[in-house]
Design a protein. Structure first.
Length: 220
């Protein structure tokens, strides 16, 4: 149930971002075609005007920069999915500028530095599909192994994360208030840290109990 709810919450935002990428590609192709037609129409006039040669040759200067250090604005839809599905995002490096090499995006050399192209859009759809698969797997794991037994629904991190993700998706789908989706998504990210803290605590308790059982015969 948790897996299905979170997929329903994430997929519309992913499809919205893919639609934006496709629209950007179409707009850029139309602008390029228009510029080529304008250049072809002005071609004969430009051939008559030959620029004068400069007396001194200007030295070519190459400027290099590290795109990973640039400040990039991420949309509310991207951050809602990224923070709400934190483990799957970490594994895929989904839609970040410079993903680590060990992530799926890093292995495919896919980073969000320049405008999307047809090739990068195809690769991005593969990463989107991988993200959806990991979302389903992670929530199957979270739902099958509850770390905290409680009668209150907000006492279990999985239910709190799911509620935040659904609320964030509802806000991100409304253009007028899409920026507010970052708040419940941020709460979901902290809830994921809570879940990992509980996981580490449960594992340490199991290890300690096993060690204690092995040591008790020696002291009895």
């Amino acid at each position: 149930m948790l897996s299905g709810i979170n997929l329903v919450a994430a997929v519309p935002l992913i499809l919205m971002l893919e639609g934006r990428d496709a629209q950007n590609i179409r707009s850029r192709e139309e602008n390029t075609a228009f510029a080529e037609r304008e250049a072809a129409a002005k071609g004969p006039a430009l051939e008559k005007e030959k620029p004068a040669k400069a007396d001194t040759e200007s030295e070519e200067e190459t400027i290099s920069f590290n795109p990973c250090g640039l400040w990039v604005h991420y949309s509310a839809q991207e951050e809602a999915v990224r923070w709400g599905e934190l483990p799957a995002f970490v594994m895929t490096g989904w839609r970040i500028v410079c993903p680590p090499k060990w992530t799926f995006s890093g292995m495919m050399h896919l980073g969000r530095v320049w405008a999307p192209t047809t090739a990068t859009s195809t690769a991005q759809r593969q990463i989107d599909a991988s993200l959806c698969i990991l979302i389903a797997l992670q929530w199957l794991l979270v739902g099958a192994l509850p770390l905290k037994q409680t009668q209150k629904w907000w006492g279990e991190p999985g239910f709190l994360i799911t509620a935040c993700n659904v609320f964030a998706t509802c806000l991100a789908l409304i253009p007028a208030v899409e920026g507010l989706a970052r708040l419940p998504a941020l709460i979901a990210a902290y809830a994921w840290l809570w879940w990992f803290g509980l996981l580490i605590w449960v594992m340490l308790r199991l290890v300690w109990k096993r060690i204690a059982r092995q040591l008790m015969p020696h002291f009895s």
